[in-house]
Design a protein around this ligand. Structure first.
Ligand SMILES: Nc1ncnc2c1ncn2[C@@H]1O[C@H](COP(=O)(O)OP(=O)(O)OP(=O)(O)O)[C@@H](O)[C@H]1O
Ligand SMILES: O=P(O)(O)OC[C@H]1O[C@H](OP(=O)(O)OP(=O)(O)O)[C@H](O)[C@@H]1O
Ligand SMILES: [Mg+2]
Length: 380
């Protein structure tokens, strides 16, 4: 099927068909396809969480959940249903990321973890979808426009320069290959590129310019190696979005389905507690001093030693000449991993000794800002 939006022409699939690179022939296939209907939310009692079934998000998602004490129990890797014993009445369903978004929309899943790119492409700003945690800190990549390093593009280094090339006309538009057939045309339109057509494929898009199929590609980039190896380059202003893994949920489910909001709250709390902790160390040290206040004052005079709320200072008692005294104080602070060495230098400078560093597992703070925000988004 051909959909024309202003001067942007896109080849888009009409129904979901499990076939590679079929889209250019969509009009031939459509006539033979039976009608495909998705979304038949059963009258179920269980809460359903969709997790990526394969691909690069899959292992990291299971690892993150494990680190939040939410280990997924899967009988074998080919079985698509599993459970998280810590969360009662919850079913885990392994699905392709784009199907997780689709199934949230159709009411067949309640919660999911996918990349922001997939969420934005397949969610298409649908009001029923809500991002509960926008930064799970893995799956980092960007959706970016890339063009050849050679030929007519040799001196083109920005979106503006690409748009201003005299080559693109209504008859001979800029041809972009992408898997992102919603975000691609939207981005081009928002950036004023008029003469553009899109084609799509399921992978290895970087080959399209050298094959003569496209002039540019719009695809995910992480290290940039695939682009470089295929003689392509990103351009200034060409990043459509920065992506990482996100926790998403259906608004309808959270409001209407029993237990979904509570499960979302627990997952959010555990994720936040873990993600806050991984950037920090616990530092304990001894320090000579005349009182806890005096020691605290010395610590707080140093910029890298303020901790979460402030230092914990406790007296270390010892017996001297038959009397119990406290000449030393034990201090405990949290220190960002990046600032560790600076913190140790500052601790030493104010008389710290016997410095012990341990990893932090969780930081449970007062009620999380994300939870407040979620409740207000739900009007609760
Ligand atoms: N090169 C990359 N580096 C980091 N994260 C990436 C990269 N490519 C993709 N991702 C993230 O991982 C998600 C899943 O990508 P992946 O390629 O593993 O699966 P897929 O695209 O669903 O499957 P397939 O590529 O086989 O169609 C993407 O939506 C994106 O969020
Ligand atoms: O910047 P890089 O680190 O080189 O990563 C970018 C590549 O990773 C993804 O492909 P993937 O490996 O998922 O293969 P695919 O094309 O089959 O989806 C993406 O589509 C790029 O091709
Ligand atoms: Mg891929």
């Amino acid at each position: 099927m051909w959909t024309t939006t202003m001067n942007v022409t896109v080849h888009v699939p009409v129904v979901s068909v499990k076939s590679r690179s079929w889209c250019c022939y969509a009009s031939l296939y459509v006539a033979e396809q039976p009608q495909v209907l998705n979304g038949n939310p059963p009258d179920r009692k269980e809460i359903r969480l969709g997790l990526p079934s394969k691909g690069r998000m899959s292992a990291d998602t299971l690892e993150l959940l494990k680190n939040c004490q939410l280990s997924v129990k899967q009988v074998n890797p080919r079985q698509y249903v599993a459970e998280i014993p810590q969360l009662s009445n919850l079913e885990v369903w392994f699905q392709r990321p784009k199907d997780i978004v689709r199934k949230l929309l159709s009411g067949d899943l309640d919660l999911g973890i996918v990349g922001l790119d997939t969420f934005t492409e397949y969610g298409q700003s649908n009001e029923d979808l809500i991002i509960v945690h926008e930064a799970l800190e893995y799956g980092d990549c960007r959706l970016s426009l890339a063009i050849p390093q050679y030929g007519i593009f040799e001196n083109v280094n920005s979106l503006e320069e690409l748009a201003n090339m005299s080559q693109w006309t209504e008859e001979k538009p800029l041809r972009v290959a992408t898997g992102f057939t919603y975000l691609g045309p939207k981005f081009m339109k928002e950036n004023g590129l008029k003469h553009v057509t899109f084609s799509t494929a399921d992978g290895a898009l970087e080959a399209a310019p050298a094959m003569g199929i496209a002039d540019a590609i719009l695809d995910l980039v992480s290290s940039g190696t695939t682009l470089r190896e295929n003689n392509l380059k990103e351009i200034k202003g060409g990043v459509v979005l920065e992506s990482q893994a996100v926790l998403i949920a259906s608004r309808k489910s959270m409001i209407q389905r029993k237990g979904v909001l509570e499960t979302t709250h627990e997952m959010l709390e555990r994720l936040e507690a873990h993600l806050r902790a991984i950037g920090q160390f616990t530092v304990t040290a001894n320090m000579r001093g005349s009182s806890a206040e005096e020691v605290a004052e010395r610590i707080l005079s140093q910029p890298s030693l303020s901790g979460l709320q402030g230092p914990t200072v406790s007296p270390v008692f010892c017996k001297r000449d038959g009397k119990v005294t406290a000449d030393y104080y034990a201090i405990v602070i949290c220190v960002p991993k990046k600032a560790l060495y600076k913190s140790i230098q500052q601790l030493r400078a104010i008389g710290g000794s016997g410095v012990l560093i341990s990893p932090l597992t969780y930081i449970f703070d007062e009620e999380t800002p994300r939870w407040r925000q979620l409740l207000s988004e739900l009007g609760l």
